[in-house]
Design a protein around this ligand. Structure first.
Ligand SMILES: [Fe+2]
Length: 403
């Protein structure tokens, strides 16, 4: 996970010294799947299901239909926690875990976007292992056999039904949660956090507001692009990133503009976001995490603003980095010699067409907020995975450019 070594920067081509790839979530995708939620979740060991969602989703009636699908399969819904906010916190995860315990649950079913799914993951870890959400922070630190050297201990079965096409949390082993006291986003990642089941059904995004579809779609774009140029790249993820970008190219604008009428575009965006997901990210995410923690900028919107600036900066770092962006450019038919600038311009135009803001000043970030954002970005784990080494001055310059 180092950005480089004494031998120089991590190569972005050739045969790598080491990488590992895991994707252990069973994904089912297609039409009319919600009624078989119980049938499918039972195969993952669930009996007494605790549903995690938010009030907005619950009000659409979607949760009722999924609950009916759970009970149709002979399982029991023992409780529903619907108080997950847009930007969930450690307190919410603790409260959710306690509610599941109180209800006598044996499994979790998340119905929602990234905040809901990440809350369910962390609440499940607390529910299973005890302690607090804050204590779960870290990479590969969950309990294991043989004094921490052996197989990680499973958490209670978790199924995710995403209601946005972007975060990819339904297929990742990571969760990002706000610590409201310290105003930071903490990251938790380990193999047991891979959900056992993800159900992708375009019915769940039928009434998604266009702005949310656009912002979450740009999160998927950012995962695919950052994943492809990350120092933690792998051929496995490359294949996923490039195909995710082709699907996004063909479906994102359709899904945002046509929404309810275009089931095919919505379904394909759910799959594209799922394919794009990786935890090998870079400086756009490093910049967006503090923008969310400090100023409440929605995650996808923050990425949409930061991504073009990071592309320009990274591509100017070396020919090798620029070549990785050239592969991405091919997907969009972009072959200009200055690939960084051409691809960045293409992304900004896309963000603009999607009706999203392109500047931080449009989303409530003041100029004097830059130092605290720089500090947050430098301390974010994804900074280490950016293909170009980043300094405080670099981040300050990028934030100023994005203002
Ligand atoms: Fe993201």
């Amino acid at each position: 996970m180092e950005a480089g070594s004494a031998l120089g920067p991590t190569p972005l081509t050739g045969f790598k010294d080491f990488y590992q790839y895991a994707s252990t979530t069973r994904v089912i995708a297609g039409r009319d799947l919600l009624s078989s939620t119980g049938f499918e979740f039972q195969k993952e060991g669930a009996r007494r299901v605790f549903v995690v969602t938010d009030e907005v989703i619950r009000a659409t009636g979607l949760v009722d239909r999924i609950e009916a699908g759970v009970t149709d399969g002979g399982l029991e819904v023992v409780g529903v926690y619907d108080r997950v906010p847009q930007d969930s916190s450690t307190h919410v995860c603790d409260e959710c875990a306690a509610a599941a315990k109180e209800a006598g649950a044996d499994s979790f079913l998340a119905v929602g976007g990234g905040s809901v799914m990440d809350t369910a993951k962390v609440a499940d870890a607390v529910f299973t292992h005890g302690g607090t959400a804050r204590e779960q922070e870290g990479f590969f630190l969950m309990p294991r056999d043989d004094d921490g050297m052996g197989r990680p201990h499973d958490i209670a079965p978790l199924a995710c039904i995403p209601t946005t096409s972007g975060t990819g949390s339904e297929i990742s082993m990571a969760a990002v949660i706000k610590d409201p006291e310290e105003k930071v986003k903490i990251e938790i990642a380990d193999f047991p956090l891979f959900p056992r089941l993800a159900i992708l059904d375009p019915e769940t995004t039928r009434t998604l507001p266009p702005k949310v579809a656009a912002a979450t779609g740009m999160d998927a774009v950012t995962h695919a692009i950052e994943g492809y140029v990350s120092t933690d790249w792998s051929p496995h993820q490359d294949a996923r990133s490039l195909h995710a970008l082709r699907m996004i190219r063909d479906n994102l604008e359709r899904a945002v503009e046509r929404g309810e009428e275009d089931e095919e575009a919505r379904g394909n965006m759910l799959i594209a976001a799922n394919l794009a997901m990786t935890i090998a990210l870079g400086s756009a995410h490093a910049m967006s995490h503090p923008a969310g923690a400090q100023f409440g900028v929605p995650h996808g919107m923050a990425n949409a603003i930061h991504l073009p600036h990071v592309i320009r900066h990274n591509a100017a770092g070396s020919d090798e980095i620029a070549d990785r962006y050239r592969d991405i450019g091919e997907v969009f038919d972009i072959a200009e010699p200055d690939i960084g600038d051409a691809l960045a311009t293409h992304i900004t135009e896309l963000v603009d067409r999607l009706g999203l803001p392109t500047r931080l000043s449009q989303v409530g970030v003041p100029e004097d907020g830059i130092p605290v954002l720089v500090e947050g970005a430098m301390g974010d784990g994804t900074t280490l995975l950016n293909p170009r080494e980043m300094s405080e001055e670099d981040y300050a310059e990028l934030y100023r450019a994005a203002l």
